[in-house]
Design a protein around this ligand. Sequence first.
Ligand code: AOF
Ligand code: ZN
Length: 366
Amino acid sequence: MTPSAHFMNKAFEQAAQALFLSSPNPRVGCVIVNDAGQIIGQGFTQQAGGPHAEIMALRDAAAKGNEVHGATAYVTLEPCSHHGRTGPCCDALVAAGIGKVVGALTDPNPQVAGRGFERLRAAGVEVEVGPGAAESRELNIGFFSRMIRGMPWVRMKAASSLDGVTALHNGKSQWITSPEARADGHAWRARACTILTGIGTVLEDNPRMNVREVETPRQPRVAVVDSRLDIPLGAHVLQAPSGCLIYTCSTDQFKIKQLQALGATVIHMPNAAGKVDLAAMLRDLAARGTNELHVEAGFKLNGSLIREGLVDEFLLYQAPKLLGTGAMGIANFGPLDDLNKGLALELHEVARVGPDLRIVARVEGR
Ligand code: AOF
Ligand code: ZN
Protein backbone atom coordinates (compact mmCIF):
# COMPACT_ATOMS: atom_id res chain seq x y z
CA MET A 1 0.00 0.00 0.00
CA THR A 2 1.31 3.47 -0.85
CA PRO A 3 1.73 5.91 2.05
CA SER A 4 -1.09 7.99 0.55
CA ALA A 5 -3.49 5.03 0.57
CA HIS A 6 -2.45 4.13 4.10
CA PHE A 7 -3.17 7.58 5.51
CA MET A 8 -6.36 7.89 3.48
CA ASN A 9 -7.52 4.65 5.13
CA LYS A 10 -6.79 6.25 8.50
CA ALA A 11 -8.92 9.22 7.42
CA PHE A 12 -11.74 6.79 6.50
CA GLU A 13 -11.50 5.25 9.98
CA GLN A 14 -12.25 8.74 11.25
CA ALA A 15 -15.06 9.28 8.74
CA ALA A 16 -16.74 6.04 9.83
CA GLN A 17 -17.24 7.55 13.27
CA ALA A 18 -19.56 10.14 11.74
CA LEU A 19 -21.89 7.44 10.33
CA PHE A 20 -24.80 8.08 12.72
CA LEU A 21 -23.82 11.65 13.53
CA SER A 22 -23.24 14.09 10.69
CA SER A 23 -26.61 14.08 8.87
CA PRO A 24 -27.34 15.93 6.62
CA ASN A 25 -23.63 16.65 6.17
CA PRO A 26 -21.45 14.03 4.52
CA ARG A 27 -19.35 11.71 6.66
CA VAL A 28 -15.82 13.04 6.31
CA GLY A 29 -12.59 12.16 8.10
CA CYS A 30 -9.23 13.94 8.21
CA VAL A 31 -5.75 13.03 9.44
CA ILE A 32 -2.81 15.43 9.48
CA VAL A 33 0.60 13.83 8.94
CA ASN A 34 4.03 15.40 9.52
CA ASP A 35 7.25 14.90 7.53
CA ALA A 36 8.24 12.02 9.79
CA GLY A 37 5.07 10.17 8.76
CA GLN A 38 3.36 10.58 12.13
CA ILE A 39 -0.33 11.38 12.53
CA ILE A 40 -0.36 14.60 14.53
CA GLY A 41 -4.07 15.41 14.39
CA GLN A 42 -7.30 13.67 13.40
CA GLY A 43 -11.01 14.30 13.37
CA PHE A 44 -14.38 13.70 11.73
CA THR A 45 -17.49 15.72 10.84
CA GLN A 46 -19.65 16.62 13.81
CA GLN A 47 -23.42 17.09 13.88
CA ALA A 48 -25.09 19.61 11.56
CA GLY A 49 -23.86 23.10 12.35
CA GLY A 50 -20.81 21.68 14.13
CA PRO A 51 -17.21 21.70 12.93
CA HIS A 52 -16.11 19.79 9.84
CA ALA A 53 -13.46 17.06 9.86
CA GLU A 54 -10.54 19.36 8.94
CA ILE A 55 -11.33 21.79 11.77
CA MET A 56 -11.54 18.90 14.25
CA ALA A 57 -8.16 17.59 13.05
CA LEU A 58 -6.52 21.04 13.28
CA ARG A 59 -7.94 21.48 16.79
CA ASP A 60 -6.74 18.01 17.78
CA ALA A 61 -3.22 18.85 16.62
CA ALA A 62 -3.30 22.18 18.47
CA ALA A 63 -4.61 20.52 21.66
CA LYS A 64 -1.67 18.09 21.53
CA GLY A 65 0.79 20.92 20.93
CA ASN A 66 1.72 19.58 17.47
CA GLU A 67 3.02 21.93 14.78
CA VAL A 68 1.07 21.50 11.53
CA HIS A 69 3.11 23.94 9.43
CA GLY A 70 4.14 22.16 6.21
CA ALA A 71 2.23 18.98 7.15
CA THR A 72 -0.05 16.98 4.84
CA ALA A 73 -3.82 16.74 5.44
CA TYR A 74 -5.59 13.60 4.16
CA VAL A 75 -9.31 14.29 3.77
CA THR A 76 -11.97 11.86 2.54
CA LEU A 77 -13.80 14.65 0.67
CA GLU A 78 -12.71 17.95 -0.85
CA PRO A 79 -12.36 20.65 1.84
CA CYS A 80 -15.23 23.10 1.56
CA SER A 81 -14.80 26.60 0.12
CA HIS A 82 -18.15 28.10 1.11
CA HIS A 83 -19.69 29.79 4.13
CA GLY A 84 -22.46 27.40 5.19
CA ARG A 85 -23.33 26.92 8.83
CA THR A 86 -19.54 26.90 9.34
CA GLY A 87 -16.62 28.71 7.66
CA PRO A 88 -14.58 27.35 4.73
CA CYS A 89 -12.22 24.50 5.68
CA CYS A 90 -9.81 25.29 2.84
CA ASP A 91 -9.16 28.73 4.39
CA ALA A 92 -8.55 27.17 7.80
CA LEU A 93 -6.05 24.72 6.28
CA VAL A 94 -4.22 27.57 4.50
CA ALA A 95 -4.20 29.73 7.64
CA ALA A 96 -2.70 26.86 9.63
CA GLY A 97 0.13 26.54 7.10
CA ILE A 98 -0.75 23.06 5.80
CA GLY A 99 1.66 22.26 2.94
CA LYS A 100 -0.26 19.59 1.07
CA VAL A 101 -3.82 18.30 0.89
CA VAL A 102 -4.72 14.82 -0.34
CA GLY A 103 -8.48 14.73 -0.95
CA ALA A 104 -10.32 11.54 -1.95
CA LEU A 105 -12.96 13.13 -4.14
CA THR A 106 -14.50 16.43 -5.27
CA ASP A 107 -17.45 17.60 -3.13
CA PRO A 108 -20.64 17.32 -5.27
CA ASN A 109 -22.20 20.24 -3.38
CA PRO A 110 -22.62 22.91 -6.13
CA GLN A 111 -21.40 25.51 -3.60
CA VAL A 112 -18.05 23.68 -3.49
CA ALA A 113 -17.62 21.43 -6.59
CA GLY A 114 -13.87 21.86 -7.10
CA ARG A 115 -13.54 25.37 -5.66
CA GLY A 116 -12.01 24.00 -2.46
CA PHE A 117 -9.15 22.35 -4.35
CA GLU A 118 -8.78 25.46 -6.56
CA ARG A 119 -8.54 27.81 -3.58
CA LEU A 120 -5.92 25.58 -1.95
CA ARG A 121 -3.81 25.52 -5.13
CA ALA A 122 -4.17 29.28 -5.53
CA ALA A 123 -2.81 29.69 -1.99
CA GLY A 124 0.25 27.59 -2.87
CA VAL A 125 -0.87 24.37 -1.19
CA GLU A 126 0.03 21.22 -3.12
CA VAL A 127 -3.14 19.23 -3.96
CA GLU A 128 -3.52 15.56 -4.82
CA VAL A 129 -6.96 14.11 -5.62
CA GLY A 130 -7.49 10.43 -4.74
CA PRO A 131 -7.04 7.71 -3.56
CA GLY A 132 -10.29 6.62 -1.95
CA ALA A 133 -12.78 8.12 -4.42
CA ALA A 134 -15.03 5.04 -4.61
CA GLU A 135 -15.02 4.56 -0.86
CA SER A 136 -15.85 8.21 -0.24
CA ARG A 137 -18.79 8.04 -2.59
CA GLU A 138 -20.04 4.79 -1.07
CA LEU A 139 -19.85 6.14 2.47
CA ASN A 140 -21.84 9.18 1.35
CA ILE A 141 -24.16 7.52 -1.14
CA GLY A 142 -27.10 9.53 0.16
CA PHE A 143 -25.28 12.86 0.14
CA PHE A 144 -24.18 12.30 -3.46
CA SER A 145 -27.72 11.32 -4.40
CA ARG A 146 -29.18 14.46 -2.81
CA MET A 147 -26.57 16.77 -4.36
CA ILE A 148 -26.59 15.24 -7.85
CA ARG A 149 -30.20 14.02 -8.28
CA GLY A 150 -32.05 16.18 -5.76
CA MET A 151 -33.40 12.91 -4.37
CA PRO A 152 -32.51 10.89 -1.29
CA TRP A 153 -30.95 7.45 -1.62
CA VAL A 154 -34.02 5.30 -1.01
CA ARG A 155 -33.32 2.10 0.90
CA MET A 156 -36.25 -0.23 1.47
CA LYS A 157 -35.99 -2.59 4.41
CA ALA A 158 -38.05 -5.76 4.67
CA ALA A 159 -37.93 -8.93 6.72
CA SER A 160 -39.34 -12.15 5.40
CA SER A 161 -39.01 -15.91 5.31
CA LEU A 162 -36.66 -17.48 2.78
CA ASP A 163 -39.65 -17.80 0.43
CA GLY A 164 -40.28 -14.06 0.68
CA VAL A 165 -43.27 -14.14 3.00
CA THR A 166 -43.81 -11.25 5.44
CA ALA A 167 -47.22 -12.14 6.86
CA LEU A 168 -49.50 -15.14 6.86
CA HIS A 169 -52.89 -15.13 5.13
CA ASN A 170 -54.44 -14.29 8.52
CA GLY A 171 -52.22 -11.21 8.85
CA LYS A 172 -49.96 -12.64 11.58
CA SER A 173 -46.49 -11.28 10.92
CA GLN A 174 -44.48 -10.54 14.06
CA TRP A 175 -41.02 -11.90 14.71
CA ILE A 176 -40.24 -13.62 11.45
CA THR A 177 -36.55 -12.74 11.78
CA SER A 178 -34.26 -12.98 14.80
CA PRO A 179 -33.41 -10.42 17.54
CA GLU A 180 -29.97 -10.11 15.93
CA ALA A 181 -31.55 -9.10 12.62
CA ARG A 182 -33.79 -6.58 14.36
CA ALA A 183 -30.81 -5.02 16.14
CA ASP A 184 -28.92 -4.88 12.85
CA GLY A 185 -31.93 -3.16 11.29
CA HIS A 186 -31.67 -0.46 13.95
CA ALA A 187 -28.08 0.29 12.92
CA TRP A 188 -29.40 0.93 9.39
CA ARG A 189 -32.12 3.16 10.82
CA ALA A 190 -29.46 5.07 12.76
CA ARG A 191 -27.48 5.99 9.65
CA ALA A 192 -30.58 7.29 7.85
CA CYS A 193 -31.57 10.95 7.92
CA THR A 194 -35.26 10.07 7.73
CA ILE A 195 -37.35 6.93 8.23
CA LEU A 196 -40.43 6.64 6.00
CA THR A 197 -43.52 4.60 6.76
CA GLY A 198 -47.17 4.46 5.71
CA ILE A 199 -50.42 5.06 7.54
CA GLY A 200 -51.28 1.35 7.27
CA THR A 201 -48.24 0.44 9.37
CA VAL A 202 -48.95 3.27 11.84
CA LEU A 203 -52.55 2.08 12.34
CA GLU A 204 -51.63 -1.61 12.57
CA ASP A 205 -48.45 -1.57 14.65
CA ASN A 206 -48.19 1.96 16.13
CA PRO A 207 -44.39 1.75 15.68
CA ARG A 208 -41.95 4.29 17.14
CA MET A 209 -39.64 4.12 14.12
CA ASN A 210 -36.75 5.29 16.28
CA VAL A 211 -33.34 3.77 17.06
CA ARG A 212 -33.28 1.68 20.24
CA GLU A 213 -31.07 -1.34 19.73
CA VAL A 214 -27.84 0.52 19.01
CA GLU A 215 -26.34 3.61 20.60
CA THR A 216 -26.74 6.74 18.56
CA PRO A 217 -26.04 10.41 19.15
CA ARG A 218 -28.96 11.39 16.87
CA GLN A 219 -32.44 10.07 16.12
CA PRO A 220 -33.65 10.19 12.50
CA ARG A 221 -36.70 12.18 11.55
CA VAL A 222 -39.85 10.20 10.74
CA ALA A 223 -42.06 10.72 7.68
CA VAL A 224 -45.51 9.20 7.15
CA VAL A 225 -47.54 8.86 3.95
CA ASP A 226 -51.12 9.47 5.10
CA SER A 227 -53.41 10.54 2.21
CA ARG A 228 -56.53 11.11 4.33
CA LEU A 229 -54.87 12.21 7.57
CA ASP A 230 -56.06 9.15 9.45
CA ILE A 231 -53.16 9.28 11.89
CA PRO A 232 -54.33 9.06 15.52
CA LEU A 233 -53.15 11.91 17.73
CA GLY A 234 -51.67 9.32 20.07
CA ALA A 235 -49.50 7.69 17.39
CA HIS A 236 -45.97 7.07 18.65
CA VAL A 237 -44.40 8.49 15.49
CA LEU A 238 -45.71 11.93 16.45
CA GLN A 239 -43.25 11.86 19.35
CA ALA A 240 -40.20 11.31 17.12
CA PRO A 241 -37.45 13.42 18.78
CA SER A 242 -36.27 14.87 15.46
CA GLY A 243 -39.81 15.58 14.30
CA CYS A 244 -42.52 13.96 12.21
CA LEU A 245 -43.41 14.94 8.64
CA ILE A 246 -46.84 13.91 7.35
CA TYR A 247 -47.43 13.87 3.59
CA THR A 248 -51.11 14.08 2.77
CA CYS A 249 -53.84 15.00 0.30
CA SER A 250 -56.18 16.13 3.06
CA THR A 251 -57.02 19.78 3.67
CA ASP A 252 -58.85 19.12 6.95
CA GLN A 253 -57.73 22.27 8.79
CA PHE A 254 -58.97 21.06 12.15
CA LYS A 255 -56.87 17.87 12.04
CA ILE A 256 -53.92 19.74 10.55
CA LYS A 257 -53.95 22.22 13.48
CA GLN A 258 -54.19 19.38 15.99
CA LEU A 259 -51.16 17.67 14.41
CA GLN A 260 -49.21 20.92 14.23
CA ALA A 261 -49.96 21.54 17.91
CA LEU A 262 -48.22 18.22 18.56
CA GLY A 263 -45.15 19.46 16.65
CA ALA A 264 -45.78 17.63 13.38
CA THR A 265 -45.20 19.20 9.97
CA VAL A 266 -48.09 18.52 7.59
CA ILE A 267 -47.25 18.72 3.90
CA HIS A 268 -49.99 18.83 1.27
CA MET A 269 -48.68 16.90 -1.72
CA PRO A 270 -51.40 15.34 -3.87
CA ASN A 271 -50.94 14.03 -7.40
CA ALA A 272 -53.54 14.11 -10.18
CA ALA A 273 -54.97 10.79 -8.97
CA GLY A 274 -55.62 12.15 -5.49
CA LYS A 275 -52.83 10.09 -3.88
CA VAL A 276 -49.69 11.44 -2.28
CA ASP A 277 -47.21 12.33 -5.04
CA LEU A 278 -44.36 10.07 -3.98
CA ALA A 279 -41.72 11.46 -6.35
CA ALA A 280 -42.52 15.01 -5.22
CA MET A 281 -42.39 13.82 -1.63
CA LEU A 282 -38.89 12.45 -2.17
CA ARG A 283 -37.74 15.74 -3.71
CA ASP A 284 -39.20 17.54 -0.71
CA LEU A 285 -37.43 15.17 1.69
CA ALA A 286 -34.16 15.86 -0.13
CA ALA A 287 -34.77 19.61 0.09
CA ARG A 288 -35.23 19.10 3.84
CA GLY A 289 -31.82 17.47 4.07
CA THR A 290 -32.53 13.78 3.65
CA ASN A 291 -29.50 11.97 2.26
CA GLU A 292 -30.48 8.39 3.08
CA LEU A 293 -34.18 7.55 3.37
CA HIS A 294 -34.88 4.31 5.21
CA VAL A 295 -38.26 2.87 4.21
CA GLU A 296 -39.99 0.55 6.66
CA ALA A 297 -43.47 0.26 5.34
CA GLY A 298 -46.09 -2.30 4.39
CA PHE A 299 -47.19 -4.10 1.29
CA LYS A 300 -49.00 -1.14 -0.29
CA LEU A 301 -46.54 1.73 0.11
CA ASN A 302 -43.62 -0.57 -0.71
CA GLY A 303 -45.42 -1.59 -3.90
CA SER A 304 -46.17 1.99 -4.92
CA LEU A 305 -42.56 3.09 -4.42
CA ILE A 306 -41.28 0.12 -6.44
CA ARG A 307 -43.82 0.60 -9.25
CA GLU A 308 -42.84 4.25 -9.57
CA GLY A 309 -39.17 3.32 -9.81
CA LEU A 310 -38.30 5.27 -6.68
CA VAL A 311 -36.37 2.62 -4.73
CA ASP A 312 -32.59 2.49 -5.09
CA GLU A 313 -31.66 -0.28 -2.71
CA PHE A 314 -33.24 -3.15 -0.82
CA LEU A 315 -32.15 -4.25 2.64
CA LEU A 316 -33.68 -7.69 2.99
CA TYR A 317 -33.50 -9.90 6.04
CA GLN A 318 -34.56 -13.48 5.47
CA ALA A 319 -35.20 -16.05 8.16
CA PRO A 320 -34.32 -19.66 7.26
CA LYS A 321 -37.89 -20.89 7.23
CA LEU A 322 -40.62 -21.34 4.67
CA LEU A 323 -44.09 -19.92 5.30
CA GLY A 324 -45.86 -21.17 2.23
CA THR A 325 -48.77 -20.08 0.10
CA GLY A 326 -51.60 -17.66 0.66
CA ALA A 327 -49.22 -15.31 2.40
CA MET A 328 -48.07 -11.77 1.65
CA GLY A 329 -44.80 -10.84 -0.04
CA ILE A 330 -42.81 -7.71 0.71
CA ALA A 331 -44.53 -5.45 -1.80
CA ASN A 332 -47.67 -5.06 -3.86
CA PHE A 333 -46.51 -5.00 -7.44
CA GLY A 334 -47.36 -7.21 -10.33
CA PRO A 335 -48.63 -9.71 -11.30
CA LEU A 336 -46.13 -9.53 -14.15
CA ASP A 337 -46.89 -11.25 -17.43
CA ASP A 338 -43.28 -11.30 -18.55
CA LEU A 339 -40.14 -12.24 -16.62
CA ASN A 340 -38.30 -9.40 -18.32
CA LYS A 341 -40.57 -6.91 -16.59
CA GLY A 342 -39.24 -7.87 -13.17
CA LEU A 343 -37.16 -5.33 -11.27
CA ALA A 344 -33.53 -6.25 -11.95
CA LEU A 345 -31.25 -5.99 -8.94
CA GLU A 346 -27.54 -6.41 -8.33
CA LEU A 347 -26.36 -8.04 -5.14
CA HIS A 348 -24.22 -5.51 -3.32
CA GLU A 349 -23.58 -7.47 -0.15
CA VAL A 350 -24.70 -10.76 1.36
CA ALA A 351 -24.11 -11.45 5.05
CA ARG A 352 -25.25 -13.67 7.86
CA VAL A 353 -26.81 -11.91 10.85
CA GLY A 354 -27.41 -14.34 13.70
CA PRO A 355 -29.39 -17.18 12.16
CA ASP A 356 -30.70 -14.98 9.34
CA LEU A 357 -29.54 -13.78 5.94
CA ARG A 358 -29.04 -10.09 5.12
CA ILE A 359 -29.05 -9.08 1.48
CA VAL A 360 -28.28 -5.60 0.24
CA ALA A 361 -29.35 -5.41 -3.39
CA ARG A 362 -29.34 -2.36 -5.65
CA VAL A 363 -31.59 -1.58 -8.55
CA GLU A 364 -29.55 -2.00 -11.72
CA GLY A 365 -28.05 1.25 -12.92
CA ARG A 366 -28.26 3.10 -9.58
C1 AOF B 1 -15.67 19.70 4.60
N1 AOF B 1 -15.41 18.88 5.63
O1 AOF B 1 -16.05 17.42 7.20
C2 AOF B 1 -17.65 18.12 5.65
C3 AOF B 1 -17.90 18.96 4.51
O2 AOF B 1 -23.31 24.07 6.62
P1 AOF B 1 -21.88 23.65 6.75
O3 AOF B 1 -20.95 24.80 6.91
O4 AOF B 1 -21.68 22.59 7.81
O5 AOF B 1 -21.45 22.99 5.35
C4 AOF B 1 -22.01 21.78 4.90
C5 AOF B 1 -21.39 21.37 3.59
O6 AOF B 1 -19.98 21.21 3.76
C6 AOF B 1 -21.88 20.06 3.03
O7 AOF B 1 -23.02 20.24 2.23
C7 AOF B 1 -20.69 19.60 2.20
O8 AOF B 1 -20.64 20.26 0.95
C8 AOF B 1 -19.51 20.07 3.03
N2 AOF B 1 -19.12 19.01 3.96
N3 AOF B 1 -16.89 19.69 4.01
O9 AOF B 1 -14.81 20.48 4.21
C9 AOF B 1 -16.34 18.10 6.20
N4 AOF B 1 -18.63 17.37 6.21
ZN1 ZN C 1 -15.60 22.23 5.55
